[in-house]
Design a protein. Structure first.
Length: 94
């Protein structure tokens, strides 16, 4: 899967609320003080930037990603048993 096939979703730093798609085209556009949900269909990642030290934001990002998976399953048929995967910047799977 190429980077262009991944849908980036931004998470609020204040509430952990899902803010919707991030329209940036390249990975370098991810802000390292933020948390993003990266929807790869078969897997959903919660990416935490290297300058983000807010554990609450990461936890809320995981909760938001789980709700996002359930919502998307109703729309596109993905398995509801899927769990989000927490990934720190610099530790991304290849």
């Amino acid at each position: 899967m190429s980077g262009s096939d991944i849908v980036k979703q931004r998470v609020s730093s204040e509430t952990g609320e899902h803010l919707g798609p991030d329209e940036s085209e390249v990975w370098e556009d991810l802000e390292h003080d933020d948390v993003y949900i990266l929807d790869c269909y078969e897997r959903v990642y919660v990416w935490v930037g290297s300058e983000n030290h807010n554990e609450r934001e990461a936890r809320l990002g995981m909760e938001t990603a789980a709700a996002f998976i359930a919502q998307q399953a109703a729309l596109d048929g993905r398995p509801t048993s899927q769990k989000p995967i927490l990934v720190a910047a610099g530790s991304e799977p290849l």
